[in-house]
Design a protein. Structure first.
Length: 116
């Protein structure tokens, strides 16, 4: 009788020790996420933290073939979505998007010609 009781106690103890390791495993897996996030590009991080802005200017092609938004006052910004902006080359537009300051690129949310 005592051996059966001792066996149950040892089994329960082994089960508790095994279950105690589960939260630690979950914490280790969660601690890898910040490391993975730190490997994302700087431009992705900066656009996530930037609010949307509105830019007004004229779409043009650079010598390198990039599409630019030339604003009044001499400022120019690269535009990231060539498929979306190509129909507007040479036209005045209103662009809504986030500005990636390090690369001076607007990540476009929407682009449209001003209504007349």
């Amino acid at each position: 009788m005592k051996s059966l009781s001792l066996l149950r106690l040892l089994g329960l103890l082994a089960l508790l020790i095994g279950l105690a390791g589960i939260p630690l495993y979950g914490q280790q897996a969660g601690s890898q996420d910040p490391a993975a996030q730190s490997q994302t590009s700087t431009s992705e991080q900066s656009t996530q933290s930037q609010p949307s802005q509105i830019f007004v200017g004229k779409v043009a092609k650079s010598r390198a073939g990039d599409l630019l938004l030339k604003c009044d006052g001499g400022m120019s910004y690269k535009l990231d979505n060539a498929d979306q902006t190509t129909p507007f080359i040479g036209k005045n537009v209103t662009v809504t998007g986030t500005l990636d300051t390090p690369s001076n690129t607007i990540h476009i949310t929407s682009i449209q010609a001003p209504s007349s």
